[in-house]
Design a protein around this ligand. Structure first.
Ligand code: ADP
Ligand code: F6P
Length: 358
């Protein structure tokens, strides 16, 4: 029995391939359950500015294969203020929106909690190319962004080999090195430089010089945008100059930036987006809210948003005083185990990059 008569869908923060597939799944499943659906255009600013459109099953036709988000996205500082939040709640009341499904990253989920606390039940679906939400093994968009990144690096490999060059490639990920690390492994790079693991520059340059002497012609080094020098400069460009100067290998620098955030989603992203979208509606129908849909050990499941946000802060060493007060000893132990597991996963792949690049 439907608990809600009308739900709203919004996409917020950085867009991600697969967001459209998730919008489609949420809309079709809800309509199938007899629940009305509206789309909120432009993330939380759409709620503040009352940009709301009705959805029919046809509104989401032909979007499963499209990158970006047909609902548009935004970063909306005003939503963090009490005044902005109140405007958003007023819009929900005006349109009789009973619940919201919010697609985005951790910032989006903080906003979702604020809405739930003010009487609009909200469920989050993790969508970000960064895969930086600790509580879930996977975020929609990660696979597509990595595949685009890998294809770009493959192109650079061709020209590096022809010209006996090195290419340092900076990739997105904010403070999370997963895109850099995984694409480095998958494209046979000699090194991945990521925020999570200290980079031994001296050891790397020695290793590279040894490989040059042994006749290796071309080199790829993948650097996450989150790695900065002591002066706050992006490290990738700095490293490219050092490699050029200290190995004698002509070295180019490439910043892939937003190009990997667009494009058609992979099967993995369309599939997971559909599974998560359907689950979000099922949970709303059961009267649940303030949860984030997760993928854990290959299964779609759900976690309390507050738990997910604090587990995330713990892994990122950003815990604030009092953050753990609301959690049981068992929950805190689980968060610690999760943080240790994430660190272990990163260091295993990191080692493999060096072991397989000879
Ligand atoms: P992402 O969701 O990808 O992490 P952002 O961090 O930019 O992206 O957050 C997206 C939006 O979520 C912000 O523009 C803001 O409107 C909202 N938001 C972020 N942090 C908070 C917060 N602490 N409280 C309420 N809303 C927030
Ligand atoms: O979170 C997704 C992401 O693409 C990050 O990888 C990157 O650091 C950031 O967003 C870029 O944000 P913007 O689109 O505002 O430049």
């Amino acid at each position: 029995m439907a608990k809600f008569r009308k739900i709203g869908i919004l996409t917020s923060g950085g867009d991600a391939p697969g967001m459209n597939a998730a919008i489609r799944a949420v809309a079709r499943k809800a309509l199938d359950e007899g629940v009305e659906v509206v789309g909120i255009l432009g993330g939380y600013s759409g709620l503040i500015k009352d940009n709301v459109i009705p959805f029919t099953p046809r509104t989401v036709s032909n979007i499963i294969s499209r990158g970006g988000t047909v609902l548009y996205s935004d970063r909306c500082p005003e939503f963090k203020s009490e005044e902005g939040m109140q405007k958003a709640i007023d819009t929900c009341r005006r349109h009789q929106i009973d619940a919201i499904v919010a697609l985005g990253g951790d910032g989006t989920f903080r906003g979702a909690t604020d809405l739930t606390n003010r009487g609009i039940p909200t469920i989050g679906i993790p969508c970000t190319i960064d895969n930086d939400i600790t509580a879930t093994d996977y975020t929609i968009g990660f696979d597509s962004a990595m595949n685009t990144t890998m294809h770009m690096i493959d192109c650079l490999r061709d020209t590096c080999e022809s010209h006996k060059r090195c290419n340092v490639v900076e990739v997105m990920g904010r403070d999370c090195g997963q895109i850099a690390l995984f694409t480095a492994l998958a494209s046979g790079a000699v090194a991945a430089v990521i925020p999570e693991v200290p980079f031994d520059e001296k050891e790397f340059l020695t290793r590279m010089n040894t490989l040059v002497s042994a006749g290796k012609r071309s080199f790829l080094v993948i650097v996450s945008e989150g790695v900065l020098t002591e002066n706050g400069q992006k490290y990738g460009e700095v490293l490219a100059k050092k490699i050029d100067a200290e190995t004698g290998v002509e070295t180019k620098f490439a910043r892939l930036a937003h190009v990997v955030r667009g494009g058609s989603p992979t099967l993995r992203d369309r599939f997971t987006a559909t599974e998560m979208g359907v689950r979000a509606v099922e949970l709303l129908m059961q009267g649940k809210s303030n949860i984030v849909i997760c993928e854990i050990d290959g299964k779609i499941t759900e976690l309390d948003i507050n738990y997910a946000l604090i587990a995330d802060r713990m892994y990122k060493n950003k815990l604030k005083p009092g953050d753990l007060d609301a959690f049981s000893a068992q929950e805190i132990a689980d968060m610690k185990a999760l943080a240790a597991q994430r660190a272990e996963e990163m260091s295993t792949v990191y080692k493999m990059v060096a072991e397989t690049s000879k």
